[in-house]
Design a protein. Structure first.
Length: 117
């Protein structure tokens, strides 16, 4: 499975972003998917995750109420919509897929999000 993330760039505080992650390969519809982020000098953290059928949603407290993760299995794509951006949302955002062992074993290349005040 290969994952290709896109949609990052320079955003405004209080603005919105929509990230996309397209998967290639088989069985995308059977994977849980997630978005992680890593800011400079900080550990990678999970932002949101979604089960294979679109349920089992999880959001980090830092984005709860501002972020929506969704997926389109026909398009093999997972999305992250985030509103009311804050400077602390600036990071490299990665999409990840969960392998059969339950680990986040598949990773995209990351897309940079910069938030200006």
């Amino acid at each position: 499975v290969q994952l290709q993330a896109s949609g990052g760039g320079l955003m405004q505080t209080e603005g919105s972003l929509r990230l996309s992650c397209v998967a290639s390969g088989h069985a995308f519809r059977s994977y849980s998917m997630a978005w992680f982020r890593q800011a400079p000098g900080k550990a990678r953290e999970i932002v949101a995750s979604i089960g294979w059928s679109g349920g089992n949603l999880y959001y980090a407290d830092s984005v709860k109420g501002r972020a929506t993760i969704s997926r389109d299995n026909a398009k093999k794509t997972v999305y992250l919509q985030m509103n009311s951006l804050k400077p602390e949302d600036a990071a490299v955002y990665y999409c990840a897929g969960q392998n059969v062992g339950g680990h986040w074993g598949y990773w995209g290349q990351g897309t940079q999000v910069t938030v200006s005040s």
